[in-house]
Each structure stands twice: as structure tokens, then as C-alpha cells.
Design a protein around this ligand. Structure first.
Ligand code: B12
Length: 1022
């Protein structure tokens, strides 16, 4: 008999979305050549949830990655929870790159963690080691080989029995089989049904058996069991879920299912839901399972009438759900299904549902009918109405926007080469040129003269800069006007700085001093400590540009006191903000109208932004009252508010699409989250907020999650165009919002970074001009750049990372970025300490003030290498636009997980390339990491980190006390404010407008909880 495959459960720790390593680890485990069933839980998993899943899944080992700090508290808490559930023998593995220091590693292993894999381990080696350790541990205690018997045993275990005793209701188990193709949304639908069952029947006990296929890969038979990722409702005392592998590649269902069903029935579950694997279920015989109700899940892709006639499941089904009913074409599919069922299975009932939406009426109707069939409640209304279109990200008529933009850009290039060809063929007769080109050429000699002087003088800048050796360099290097062909090429392909297509930059002349471009990311410990860091960074800077990092708890819209096991994460990796009062502490001592503040916050962005606005207002009010020596009248307050709104400057990231695709900080159902974002922008327009960017469309996180440069740029620009389409569809005018959009990219070691700024500015400008008819200001693509953190290494970080940083910063400046953050050399281990922040902050100043090349603004103009790279990168980006277009645009592609998969594949490739297999040449050479390395144990290999930015227990206690105190003070007014907010969110009102009041009465966690009740919680994706 075959040995039972190992069952390993992987997850990312609570309030942590760093899943790049665990996703690549999953792949390495599945490719390691062993029989394995891998259960993946997803990111942001609390220790209670992980331990419960380990119990229910019968896991031999649990592997958790933790990057957002607090590991010294989190892992021991998880170990305690595992032991409490009787899982003392389940091995616990961990990793978190350089953030888990060698001394932490030793401490955690001494506390009972089997092994922490530090930055010296490649993922392939870590996976192999984990499997060997797990196998060795299991050999000492072989369990029953049959998964059904094993499930029965775990159900009979102490903790499971104790839980069952607490369950009140008993009766006959009913079984519901949910069948449908892969991608039809079965897991989402099951989760929504479970949520409704739990709410409607307070004593009902539910078990779920989710089947997934076993595949042959990497020399072993393995299964990736990831249904838990999609499910939010299963971590509940009355729910037991087991992920089941089919056991062999061609089996439609696990042969152990009947024994498993018996075990669950024996354990008195009231309702057992079985989910079929979806793919490869051609041989599925549902009748063998004796289900009481068969629910078939279909989508518009389920096929035409002919296909339907071949589908036995549809003939047997009691209920049929047409999921994703909001998609174009679903109505027609509904009609076909209706016709088929009327003819072939008249007893079945059909429901159009949108499982992803919160409180979908179609799903409510299906639920009512299901209750009826399970003998619980009368059936609902006989007919289920087809839903009116819900939230529409991009209207159907404009769905081809990305393909159209790609052709706009290609058309521009074709027009340029046509013009150049014309001039090449008739150099003396430019009359055949487009009149605009002829004019450009005509004016060029004078413009050339003027550019060297007047434009520069207008900005108080000398047009010519002198080097220390006495060379007189032009600030903008331009082609000789006598060379007409080259002049026209330059003007059309690159443009003068400040002129379409803005390849050489948005502004005619850039200031020489470097201070303007820096915007260092800061956030550590409590609000006061971060405030001190912000003052340090702003010291001596005329108009400080702050950039705030929030801790994991804040990023997930929770309160510091929400989860005991994650208390160690308070103030780690960013500042802890629970209420508007914390925001005020954070900004103390700054003159708000004089600063510009960038906030890296996404899911809870509207709430944090409202806190910022309220804190800013309170500061100004206090200042005015102090000056006047009296409280402000209502009219004065109004006037102050109006003035301040026009003055507030900054950016809030708020880019939900890239959260779903890469950074994993979504907290609401994406459609609802994007509506909130639109509310902010609408409110800005209506209330004269002109200097605050409501959205920073971010590629950085896509890149750091593992995307190639071209993927990062393409996905990000595509996201940007999607927001444009969405805002237009809400009736906003392009020139009212386009200038408020900004972008955020990474720079790293790949050659493509030499051309990224130029290509992105060009694509944006052409699209905004030619497709959207936008003004010149709207055609400007403004972006912030940050050097890549993932390119930095823990090995010899103090001497080697600075080399990388200077190179990356150089590329950022060559791209004429509008602002730049240079990472610190100690980035792989901790929030940057002061010494390394200073070094990082001064790198751009070194490049622009001490080094001389940046005296010339358009250093790359005319270079063959630059132009070749531009052409290649542009081609790759446009091809990616077309791939996304073929999937229906950014919204549908994101829902399908296209970008996530593409990023994860590139990320795993990157890790494999940098992996150091003994005796093999690495495919990606990284100095000091896989080539030119110091020997193991060398004192300089992992230099000590002198200053760790970790929150002290006292600071944590202070934060906990503050949030508890805030909630206590608002016990009465808080609930009323939250109720009002929910009303606005349910209706058509502007949620941001209401939030400006709500934040004065409720904490971040309370507000996000209330909004999630209305809009639905985010459902993770693999
Ligand atoms: C990539 C990255 C991101 C990406 C994450 C994308 C994603 N989907 O994963 C983005 C840009 C989105 C991001 C965001 C943030 N990040 Co970040 N991020 C990193 C970075 C650069 C690399 C981490 C990584 O994934 N490396 C790739 C892996 C494969 O390699 P590795 O880390 O060397 O790990 C090796 C081994 O340890 C082992 N391993 C790792 N994990 C595990 C797990 C198991 C079970 C096993 C067996 C092995 C194993 O495998 C690797 C093999 O070589 C680090 C800094 C750094 N250079 O390490 C910061 C870092 C982890 N981030 C940090 C922070 C603070 C954040 C933010 C909170 C910032 C903010 N306030 O907004 C956000 C939070 C995001 C979130 N949702 O939680 C801090 C954490 C600081 C701390 N703990 O004190 C770091 C250290 C940077 C810094 N110095 O500030 N980040």
C-alpha cells in the first residue's frame, strides 16, 4: 500500500502580506519529488486560524513566513495554540528573510520551532530540508494510511470532541454536493452559503470537504489544496473544513470520500458540503456519494445549448447557480440554461448569482431554496430575477481601452517614422510634411536659441553649467538645428523637456539641488517616535516631503488591540495608527500647509485620509485660535476649512488594483473599495482639493512581489488607464482628475530601468492626448521612484548594498523621476536605522551635487542604446496590454488572477535564478550572495545590525491603552456614527464626506469593520 502523502500547511503570518517567499516555497515543495499534499492558507493569517486549520487538515507540519516583525511573539503564540489543540507533534517551520535575525532564530528554535530558514537558504534547499525533517518525524509515529480513517481519528481527538460537546443541535446530517468547472467560483459560493447558514441557524454545525486534483509533477504525486484561501467564513467554532486530494491524477474524486462522509456523519455534523475538484471531473458520478442536494455551478462560459445537452450534472442537479451574472453575456447564458432545464430537468431551479458581491440578492434566493431542499425553511420566491448590472469598473462599450491605447501608441510611432521618411526622401522640400512638423522645423533654430536662455532664465537657472574643470555644458543637450532630420527625430520621438511626448522629462529645466527629489519612507514604533524620525528627515528642508509607512495592523484596517497573538506587530515596519488622535501625534510640530505628505495606505486609505484631514484641520484651528486669542466662530471655521482644503498637499496610495494583484492589503471587496476611491476623488473635485493626489498608481509592489520590469510597468499603466475609465464612467471630466493621479515605480539592476521613465511618460502622454483628448497638464505622467528592496541582500549588507543603491538611484535620476526614495543598506533586516537612512538620503544629493554628469538634464537623449531599449520595452508593454485586453481588460483579468499568476511565476524564476546549487553556476549573479562570497562563519558575512527599530513592550502597552481609552470615550457616540456611515455606504452618498465625521467618534478597526459589513470583506486569491 502507498504511504500516505505528507500533508504540509503553509501560510503568511497575521497582518502580513509578504507572500512572495511562501508562494515560491509552495512551488519548490511541489517540485521536490515527494508525495505531498500542500494546504495553502494565504496571507494575513492569525495564529488561531493557522492552528485550527492544522488540526482540521491533519497537517504533519506547518510552515509560516513572517516579515512584518513581531515574530518573537507570533511564533511562540502559534506554538502554544498548536499545543492547546493537541498538536504537540506537528512541526513548525518559519522564515522571513533577514528580518528574523540570527539571535531571533536561535531563540525561536529553542522555544520549539523546528527550523527557521534565514536568508542564507535557497528555497529549493529549504523545501528539501523541510520535507526530510517532516518525513523523519512521521516515521516515528505512522498514522493510518487511509485519509478517511485519519479524519475520523482527528475528529475523535480531544479538542474536536470538546468542541462537539458544546454544539447544541443534533439531527440527521444532510449532504450538499457543489459541482462545477474550475474557475466557476464554487469556493466563493460555498463560503457565502456557509456565512448565511451560520447566521440563520445559530446551532448548525457545518463540515466542508473540498476536493482538488492530485497531479504528477517534479517526480512525485502532489496536490495543491488552496480552497481555504478564498474562504472567509470557515474559521468559526461551528465549521470544520478538510481539503481532500483526489489521490491519483485521473480520479474525479478521492476514493476516501465515502469513509470521510461516514466519519463526519458520525461526528454529528448537521450539514456536509462537498466541493468537487472542478477540473478533470469528466468521470464524476455524483450519485455514488448519496448527496441530498446537488447544486451545479455554471458561468457564462459553460457553453451553448449543445454543450449543455451533454452535461449529466445539469440533468441531475436540484439547483443550478449561474455565477458571475454581472458579466457581459451572462444574460444570454441564463436564457440558454433556462431553456435546457425546462426541457431536460424541470424540477431544478435556476438562480443568477454574483457570489463575490456582499449580500447578493440572487444568492439570498438560492440560499432560501437550498434551505427548503434541506428541509429547513420554505422555499423562496419561485422566480429569481436577473440582477441589474452592479458596479461596473469599465463600461462594456469601452472595454477595448487597452488594445486601443496600444494602437494609439503604435499609430503615433508610425506617423513619426512616416514624417522622418518624408524628410529623408525630400530633405530640401519639407512641404510634404505634416504642417505641424513643418512648423516645428521652421521654429526650431529660434527655439534652440531661446531654450538655451529664456526658458532657463525664466526659472532662475543658468542655461549653461560649468564643471570644475571649466567645461561649459548645456543644461539641455540639443541636436544641431542644421541637421533637420535629427532635429525632427528628436522633437517627435523624444520631445524637448516639458514637451510632448515628454520622453526627456515633464519640465523644461530641473533644479540642480538634490534635496527636492527625496522622499524617505518613515514609520516606526508609536506616533511619537515616527514624529521624531520625520523631524529628523525634514531638518533643514524648506518644504518637507514626508512619507509615512504604517504598521501591518493599520495597513489591514485593524486596531492594535484586535489580536493577542499579533501584539508584537504593533509599530513594526511602520507606525501604529488607531485613531485620528494618533494621527495628530504623528504630525505634531509641522506646519501642515507647508508640508507635503505621502501615505502608503490602501485598503483603509479613505479612513486614514479622513484622519489626516481632521488632524490637519485641528492643528490649524488651534494655531489660529492661539493667534487670535479666542475660539473661532462657525463662519471662521468654515473659511479656515475652505482655505486648508486648497492648501493640503500630498498623496495617498489607495491603489486597490495592485493590492489585489501584488501587495495583498485589500480589506474590502474590490468593487466596493474602488467605489470608495471614486468617492474620495469626487469629494476632492467638489471641495477644491487640488494639491492632494487621491491615488498613486503603484508598480513598486508589483515589481517587488516578483514581476519583471516590463510586467510591472505594463500592469501599472493598465491599472492607471482602468481608473481613468472608471472615473470617466462616473461622469468626472478627464482634466478634473487626471492631474491628481500619480505613479510609483521601482528601479533595480535590470537594463530596462534605463528607459522606464521615458517609455511610461510617452505611453501616458499619447493615450491621454489621443484617446482621452486631455489637456497638456493631464498628459503629464508624474511618478515617484523607489530603489528595489528585493535586490538588496543580507550578506555583507553594509559594504555591498550601498553599491547597489547608488546604481539604482542613478537610474532613477536618469529617468527624471519626480521624487526618489533610496532604500537603506540595512533594508533586508529592519526598518532603516538613522545612520543608514542618512546615507540613503544623501545618495541622490551625491549624484546631483557632487558628481557632475547631472548638470546635463537629458543625458540619454539621442543614444542608440537608450532608443533601442525604449523600443523593446515599449513593445513588451503594449503586448502585455493586448494580453490583458484579450482577457476582458484589467478587471476581469485581475478576477481571474492573471496578473498574480504572472507575477508569482516571474518571482519563482527569479528565486531559482539566484539560487546557489552547490557546484553550479548561478544564472543570476549576485555579488557576495552567490558569487564572490565570503565563507560561512566569516565575521563580515552577516554584519550585526546595531540599531533595531523594534517597538518596546512599554510602547506597545501605551498604544493598547490609548486605543482602549479612545473606544471607551466613544462608547456612546461611536455606534451612532458608525450606523450613519453604513447608511451612507448603502446608499448613493459620498462615503469620504461622512468619514470626516465618523473618524472623530470611532477607531480605524471599528470603521473598517462597519464598512466591510456593507461592502463585503476581501476574499483572497492564491
Ligand atoms: C518584497 C518585499 C515587499 C513587497 C512584498 C510583495 C509580496 N507580495 O510578497 C512589498 C513591496 C509589497 C512590500 C511591502 C511592505 N513591506 Co516589505 N519587503 C520586501 C523585501 C524587499 C523582500 C522580501 C522578500 O519577499 N524576499 C524574497 C524572499 C524569497 O527571499 P528572502 O526574504 O531572502 O527569504 C529567504 C529565506 O529566508 C527563505 N524564506 C523566507 N520566508 C520563508 C518561509 C518559510 C516557511 C521557509 C521555509 C523559508 C522562507 O526563503 C528565501 C530564500 O532565499 C524585504 C526586504 C528584504 N530585502 O528582504 C522588505 C521588508 C520585509 N518589508 C518591510 C515592510 C515594513 C513592508 C511594509 C509593511 C511597508 C509599509 N509600511 O507599507 C509593506 C507591507 C506589505 C504587506 N502587505 O504586509 C520590512 C519589514 C521590517 C521589519 N520587520 O522590521 C522589510 C524588511 C523592509 C524594510 N527594511 O523596511 N514588501
Amino acid at each position: 500500500m502507498k504511504d500516505r502523502p505528507l500533508r504540509i500547511l503553509t501560510a503568511v503570518a497575521a497582518f502580513d502580506g509578504h507572500d512572495a517567499s511562501v508562494l515560491a516555497l509552495n512551488r519548490a515543495l511541489l517540485e521536490a519529488g515527494r508525495a505531498l499534499e500542500l494546504i495553502y492558507l494565504g496571507f494575513n493569517m492569525r495564529s488561531e486560524q493557522i492552528a485550527l486549520a492544522a488540526l482540521q487538515e491533519g497537517a504533519d507540519a506547518v510552515a509560516v513566513s513572517s516579515y512584518n516583525g513581531g515574530h518573537l511573539e507570533f511564533f511562540p503564540h502559534l506554538l502554544r495554540r498548536l499545543r492547546q489543540l493537541g498538536l504537540a507533534e506537528t512541526l513548525l517551520f518559519g522564515g522571513g528573510g533577514g528580518t528574523i535575525l540570527p539571535q531571533d532564530e536561535a531563540q525561536l528554535e529553542a522555544a520549539g520551532v523546528e527550523k527557521i530558514y534565514g536568508p542564507g537558504w535557497s528555497l529549493t534547499a529549504a523545501a528539501k530540508d523541510m520535507l526530510e525533517r517532516t518525513l523523519a518525524a512521521r516515521q516515528g509515529r505512522p498514522g493510518p494510511p487511509d485519509p478517511g480513517q485519519e479524519l475520523a481519528l482527528s475528529l475523535a481527538s480531544g479538542p474536536a470532541r470538546a468542541a462537539r460537546r458544546a454544539w447544541a443541535e443534533s439531527g440527521r446530517s444532510r449532504t450538499l454536493l457543489v459541482a462545477g468547472e474550475g474557475g466557476s467560483g464554487k469556493s466563493t459560493l460555498i463560503d457565502e452559503l456557509v456565512r448565511r447558514f451560520l447566521a440563520a441557524f445559530p446551532a448548525m454545525r457545518i463540515a466542508i470537504l473540498a476536493n482538488d486534483p492530485t497531479l504528477k509533477r517534479g517526480g512525485g504525486e502532489t496536490a495543491l489544496l488552496a480552497d481555504r484561501v478564498r474562504m472567509n467564513s470557515i474559521y468559526h467554532a461551528r465549521v470544520w473544513m478538510r481539503s481532500v486530494a483526489t489521490g491519483s491524477p485521473y480520479a474525479p474524486l478521492s476514493p476516501a470520500l465515502p469513509t470521510m462522509l461516514d466519519a463526519l456523519r458520525g461526528a454529528d455534523f448537521d450539514l456536509i458540503l462537498m466541493e468537487t475538484p472542478g477540473t478533470g471531473q469528466s468521470g464524476l458520478d455524483a450519485s455514488a456519494l448519496g448527496a441530498d442536494v446537488l447544486l451545479a455551478v455554471k458561468t457564462r462560459e459553460s457553453g451553448s445549448g449543445l454543450q449543455l445537452h451533454k452535461d449529466q450534472l445539469l440533468r441531475d442537479a436540484d439547483l443550478v447557480a449561474l455565477n458571475k451574472a454581472d458579466q457581459e453575456g451572462a444574460r444570454a447564458a441564463f436564457g440558454e440554461l433556462q431553456g435546457f432545464l425546462a426541457e431536460s430537468n424541470p424540477g431544478a431551479r435556476l438562480f443568477p448569482v454574483i457570489a463575490k458581491a456582499a449580500g447578493d440578492p440572487g444568492l439570498d434566493a438560492l440560499f432560501a431554496a437550498l434551505c427548503g431542499r434541506l428541509g429547513r425553511e420554505p422555499e423562496g420566491p419561485a422566480a429569481a430575477a436577473f440582477p441589474a448590472a452592479l458596479f461596473v469598473l469599465v463600461p462594456h462599450g469601452r472595454r477595448a481601452y487597452l488594445a486601443e491605447i496600444a494602437s494609439n501608441v503604435r499609430a503615433y510611432d508610425a506617423w513619426v517614422s512616416g514624417q522622418l521618411q518624408q524628410l529623408r526622401q525630400h530633405p530640401e522640400d519639407p512641404g510634404g510634411l505634416d504642417p505641424a512638423c513643418a512648423r516645428l522645423l521652421d521654429q526650431w533654430p529660434q527655439l534652440w536659441q531661446r531654450l538655451s536662455r529664456q526658458a532657463a532664465e525664466a526659472q532662475g537657472i543658468a542655461p549653461v553649467a560649468e564643471t570644475q574643470s571649466g567645461y561649459r555644458l548645456p543644461r539641455v543637450a540639443l541636436p544641431d538645428p542644421r541637421d533637420k532630420l535629427e532635429s525632427l527625430r528628436f522633437l517627435l520621438e523624444e520631445g524637448l523637456p516639458g514637451q510632448f511626448p515628454f520622453v526627456t522629462g515633464l519640465h523644461p529645466y530641473r533644479h540642480l539641488r538634490g534635496g527636492e527629489t527625496t522622499r524617505q519612507f518613515a514609520g516606526l514604533r508609536g506616533p511619537e517616535e515616527t514624529n521624531r524620525r520625520l523631524h529628523l528627515l525634514a531638518n533643514g528642508v524648506a518644504r518637507p516631503r514626508l512619507s509615512i509607512a504604517f504598521d501591518g495592523i493599520t495597513l489591514y484596517g485593524a486596531d492594535s488591540d484586535e489580536d493577542e497573538g499579533s501584539a508584537g506587530k504593533i509599530g513594526e515596519g511602520g507606525v501604529a495608527i488607531d485613531s485620528w488622535e494618533d494621527m495628530k501625534r504623528l504630525l505634531a510640530g509641522f506646519s501642515i500647509p507647508e508640508i507635503s505628505t505621502s501615505m502608503t495606505i490602501n485598503g483603509p486609505a479613505p479612513v486614514i485620509l479622513a484622519m489626516y484631514f481632521v488632524a490637519a484641520f485641528e492643528f490649524e484651528r488651534e494655531r489660529c485660535e492661539k493667534e487670535a486669542g479666542a475660539p473661532l466662530s462657525e463662519a471662521e471655521e468654515q473659511a479656515l476649512r475652505k482655505r486648508l482644503l486648497g492648501e493640503l498637499r500630498g498623496t495617498v496610495q489607495a491603489d486597490i488594483l495592485k493590492e489585489v494583484q501584488a501587495q495583498n492589503e485589500s480589506i474590502f471587496q474590490p468593487d466596493f473599495a474602488i467605489r470608495l476611491l471614486g468617492d474620495v476623488q469626487q469629494w476632492f473635485i467638489e471641495n477644491g482639493v487640488r494639491r492632494f493626489y487621491s491615488l498613486s498608481v503603484s508598480g513598486y509592489h508589483i515589481g517587488e512581489a516578483g514581476a519583471t520590469p516590463a510586467q510591472e510597468l505594463a500592469f501599472t499603466l493598465a491599472n492607471g488607464f482602468t481608473y481613468v475609465e472608471n472615473f470617466l464612467s462616473r461622469g468626472m471630466k478627464i482634466d478634473a482628475f487626471a492631474p491628481s493621479l500619480s505613479f510609483f515605480f521601482r528601479v533595480s539592476h535590470e537594463a530596462e530601468w534605463l528607459a522606464f521613465g521615458a517609455v511610461c511618460r510617452k505611453i501616458w502622454a499619447i493615450a491621454l492626448r489621443d484617446r482621452y483628448g486631455a489637456s497638456e497638464r493631464s498628459q503629464h505622467l508624474r511618478f515617484h521612484t523607489q530603489t528595489s528592496g528585493r535586490a538588496l541582500q543580507a550578506q555583507e549588507w553594509d559594504s555591498l548594498n550601498p553599491l547597489r543603491l547608488v546604481h539604482h538611484a542613478l537610474l532613477g535620476l536618469l529617468a527624471d523621476t519626480n521624487s526618489l526614495h533610496v532604500d537603506s543598506a540595512d533594508e533586508p533586516m529592519t526598518t532603516p536605522s538613522q545612520k543608514w537612512v542618512r546615507q540613503a538620503g544623501l545618495i541622490p544629493n551625491y549624484l546631483r551635487e557632487e558628481a557632475e554628469i547631472f548638470l546635463i538634464q537629458n543625458l540619454l537623449s539621442g543614444s542608440y542604446a537608450f532608443r533601442t531599449l525604449m523600443a523593446e520595452l515599449q513593445q513588451e508593454i503594449l503586448a502585455e496590454f493586448e494580453r490583458i485586453d484579450a482577457l476582458g481588460g484589467v478587471g476581469p483579468a485581475t478576477e481571474l488572477g492573471y496578473q498574480r499568476r504572472a507575477i508569482a511565476e516571474s518571482s519563482a524564476r527569479y528565486e531559482a535564478q539566484r539560487s546557489r546549487a552547490p557546484g553550479e553556476e548561478p544564472r543570476r549573479r549576485i555579488i557576495g550572495y552567490n558569487v564572490f562570497e565570503l565563507p560561512e562563519g566569516h565575521p563580515d558575512k552577516f554584519p550585526e545590525v546595531a540599531e533595531l527599530a523594534r517597538c518596546s513592550p512599554q510602547e506597545r502597552e501605551l498604544q493598547l491603552a490609548r486605543v482602549r481609552n479612545f473606544k471607551a470615550r466613544h462608547r456612546k457616540d461611536g455606534p451612532e456614527a458608525l450606523e450613519r456611515l453604513k447608511q451612507v455606504a448603502r446608499g448613493e452618498g459620498n462615503v469620504f464626506g461622512e468619514l470626516l465625521t465618523t473618524v472623530r467618534h470611532a477607531s480605524l478597526g471599528q470603521i473598517c469593520g462597519a464598512l466591510a459589513e456593507v461592502g463585503g470583506r476581501f476574499r483572497k486569491m492564491v
